[in-house]
Design a protein around this ligand. Structure first.
Ligand SMILES: Nc1ncnc2c1ncn2[C@@H]1O[C@H](COP(=O)(O)OP(=O)(O)OP(=O)(O)O)[C@@H](O)[C@H]1O
Length: 316
């Protein structure tokens, strides 16, 4: 077992009270698994990714544990987490490629980053060049500035850099957003290849675009208002979802070959509850077509078939 998250709860401190961004989050990721995290904006996807590597100052670890390869990660202790970051758990943050320093050549930027982690650039340079070639980039790009690279090239550089020390877990937040479809595919292919070559053992890919996950994820975890709704293989989530929220999320995707005139994209009516004071019970019940009295009680996240978990009284 690569990653195990148990009953994780993380809040943001705000002047209006605590935003309960993650609540009772429990799941596992197997060795070699690429797990996508999907759900509407504000459901806690980015918070989950951050909680596995660095809690911001406003984030409060309320309860729960995270274990990687059988070892408990000190997620609530920023300093104690330091030795794990980059070497064992690596992050490609949202907008990483836009955050590259425009005044630094790519090679110098990578040198500074690995040196800060106590690694000699010369020691990793041959492997760096080999991996750049693997993702279709010439080593000459090390002598170029970020502005000289396309978005897709920059994102492949970021992937190579994030996995250079063979971390056990990679967290990628919106790694393919803001790229054209061809570049999205190239980045998705590179990510899968890096997993296949064991440059990284397991991967969490956070995205608001569930269709992107179809290209690269083995499994998909669907979140709703800070809690887990469903986890299953990517094909099961897309083709045979069980949770009413997943059904709506997947139903809102355009289908190949379907004309806009034939079926308007519906979207999901209503809004998720505020996480400042979320209601007790199932948080989806106000928008759910299957809601019943029992939904005032929180449904457990139960395995309904091997590798398929759902939190819904109407299903379990
Ligand atoms: N720094 C912060 N301070 C206070 N609340 C925050 C902060 N960051 C996020 N939140 C709140 O925490 C909840 C989860 O946010 P998060 O960014 O994890 O969601 P998300 O699913 O990643 O959304 P998106 O797809 O828009 O990035 C939301 O209610 C959000 O408003």
């Amino acid at each position: 077992m690569s990653l195990r998250v148990d009953d994780l709860a993380v809040h943001y401190r705000t002047t209006r009270g605590d935003v309960q961004a993650l609540d009772g989050v429990t799941f596992e990721i197997a060795d070699g698994e690429i797990m996508g995290v999907a759900g509407e904006s504000g459901c806690g996807k980015t918070t989950l990714g951050k909680a596995l590597i660095r809690l911001e100052t406003r984030m409060k670890h309320v309860r729960g544990t995270v274990s990687l390869d059988g070892e408990k990660l000190p997620i609530a202790d920023d300093r104690a987490m330091n030795p794990y970051r980059y070497r064992k758990v690596s992050l490609i943050p949202q907008y990483a490629m836009s955050a590259m320093n425009p005044t630094r050549k790519i090679g110098r930027m990578i040198r500074e980053l690995v040196t800060a982690k106590g690694v000699a650039y010369e020691d990793v340079r041959p492997e760096l060049e080999r991996r750049l070639r693997l993702v279709g980039l010439d080593e000459a790009i090390l002598g170029r500035y970020p502005i000289e690279l396309s978005g897709g090239m920059k994102q492949r550089v970021v992937l190579v850099l994030a996995t250079l020390l063979d971390p056990s877990l990679l967290i990628g937040d919106e790694v393919t957003s803001a790229l054209d479809v061809t570049s999205q595919k190239a980045v998705a292919r590179a990510l899968v290849e890096f997993r296949d070559r064991e440059f990284v053992r397991s991967v969490v890919v956070v995205t608001h675009d569930i269709s992107v996950l179809y290209q690269m994820a083995d499994t998909i975890l669907v979140m709703y208002a800070g809690r887990l709704a469903e986890k299953a293989s990517a094909t099961t989530v897309i083709d045979q979802p069980l949770h009413p929220y997943t059904k709506m999320l997947v139903g809102a995707l355009p289908k190949v070959g379907e004309r806009y005139d034939d079926r308007r994209l519906t979207g999901i009516v209503g809004r998720p509850p505020s996480l400042l004071d979320p209601p007790a019970g199932c948080r989806f019940r106000d928008r759910c077509p299957l809601a019943m009295a029992r939904c005032e009680e929180q449904p457990p996240f139960l395995e309904v078939a091997p590798g398929h978990q759902v939190a819904c009284w109407a299903v379990a």
